[in-house]
Design a protein around this ligand. Structure first.
Ligand SMILES: Cc1cc2nc3c(=O)[nH]c(=O)nc-3n(C[C@H](O)[C@H](O)[C@H](O)COP(=O)(O)OP(=O)(O)OC[C@H]3O[C@@H](n4cnc5c(N)ncnc54)[C@H](O)[C@@H]3O)c2cc1C
Length: 212
């Protein structure tokens, strides 16, 4: 029986679960949160909003009132998750990627790129060092391999019922390369639309795995 079918973006961020699934997509879009409190309004990058499992930067009397994100022309993004069950479960690993290209088409070079990981550390994390791996060229297989390695290295996972630390680290690397590739295709106008394929199958037919 479905016991929950609605939630808010603010509630998802303020809960500050390490597996909260809106944090990575917002982080790759450079999102900024507006916080209203007794001393007025302040703004903070969503990347700095959670300070640990179930803790945030919110002070006494403060609430999150809105979130603004960046989505310029020639940019594309993708979120993929690995989960044991499709419904009623958090992600075992969640990966968001965002790419800004210099033009459309197959030769579109990466200008900026970000990947954020969820459920693999006490808070969602941005993978460091991607600009030097990707900027100035399309994401070739070799470059995507380097993205995978960087994503796995950025993980500090635990082992629990949703997966072992080793499995999470591996899956984060695989999904990072896949999400980055799809984000690039979307930015470059090469993605036909709709959900990403899941292990080669149409998403609607799949019962587990990763999806956009
Ligand atoms: C069955 C089930 C399945 C779930 N599946 C997923 C999933 O697949 N992916 C996922 O990411 N999460 C999942 N969750 C977690 C859930 O989505 C989040 O807890 C939810 O997004 C919270 O949103 P809400 O609006 O209901 O917040 P609430 O539960 O109403 O609030 C959560 C906390 O945040 C505070 N809060 C809420 N809004 C604000 C605000 N604007 N400013 C300051 N504080 C605020 C509240 O006071 C409370 O302490 C699941 C939860 C359940 C019960």
């Amino acid at each position: 029986m479905q016991i929950r079918n609605m939630a808010t973006l603010g509630g998802n961020l303020c809960t500050a679960s390490p597996a909260a699934e809106l944090a990575p997509p917002l982080m790759v879009h450079d999102a900024v949160a507006a916080i209203q409190g007794p001393n007025g309004e302040r703004r903070q990058a969503v990347a700095d909003f959670a300070t640990g499992p179930r803790t945030t930067i919110l002070g006494t009397g403060e609430i999150l009132t809105n979130v603004r994100l960046r989505a310029p022309a020639l940019s594309g993004s993708c979120y993929l998750r690995q989960t044991v069950r499709w419904a009623m479960d958090l992600a075992g690993v969640g990966v968001a990627a965002w790419v800004l290209t210099d033009r459309t088409g197959r030769e579109a070079a990466v200008q900026e790129a970000r990947v954020a990981l969820g459920a693999v550390a006490p808070t969602a994390v941005l993978v460091p060092g991607l600009e030097s791996l990707l900027a100035g060229a399309p994401p070739t297989t070799e470059r995507l391999g380097a993205v995978s390695a960087a994503a796995s290295a950025a993980c500090e996972p635990i082992s629990d019922t949703r997966g072992t630390a080793e499995h999470r680290r591996h899956v984060a690397g695989v999904l990072a390369a896949r999400a980055l590739s799809i984000a690039h295709a979307r930015a470059a106008g090469l993605w036909p639309g709709g959900l990403a394929p899941v292990n080669g199958r149409a998403p609607a037919a799949a019962s587990s795995g990763a999806r956009a």
